[in-house]
Design a protein around this ligand. Sequence first.
Ligand code: SF4
Length: 228
Amino acid sequence: MGITKTDFMRGMQCRKMLWLDKHKPGLRVIPPETQARLDAGNDFGDRAMGMFGPYEEMTVYRPGTRIPDKKKMAEKTALHLAAGTPVICEAAFLNYNNYCAVDILRKTESGYDFYEVKNAPEVHEQFIRDAAFQHYIISRCGLKIGHIFIVTHGPDEEHPFVPVEITEAAKGAYGWINENIWDLNRIQKEPNEIGTEPGDQCTHPYACWYYGYCHGEAPGEQIRMEGL
Ligand code: SF4
């Protein structure tokens, strides 16, 4: 069991959040508006796959499920990279069981650029960290990455995909990812619950789905949190 991009982002917000994801996921309460925002993001990401024309998608599910088969996706990605496929979507990479799937890889003269799609009008700091995690995993898998972009949701619905380059910031966070990823790997395997006190991290940068559990609320008393 390694760390995924989602694990990393959640674990960096709160170590206990990551631990609960792995050991007590049934305690999560996802507000309907949050689920709607996640679904809209997935739809936007699906539409963006075609922004550079024809593409190959790497998604492979475990038989009879909608659970991605990470190993098979990474193997399929490796085949397409070896073949020089120009545009690869959901390109998957595994390094010591740490995993990421990149929204869009686009071939260049010297390697590949990558594009992370976000259904938001501007680039937020956590998007850069998100892309930095992916760059870390991809680099350790031996693929040379040139430029890195966040694809934002622009105002023109006819042409909504607006790439913003973040190469320097994402590559510059390599050391920070390395400093934390192995600690998160250790924490998620801890047998006992992590004893983090509630604080600012419960609502920033994202409202935590374990808020009620950690704040001693019954499920029916869940409060609405700012920023959802
Ligand atoms: S509610 Fe707060 S303390 Fe509890 S898991 Fe979430 S962020 Fe961590």
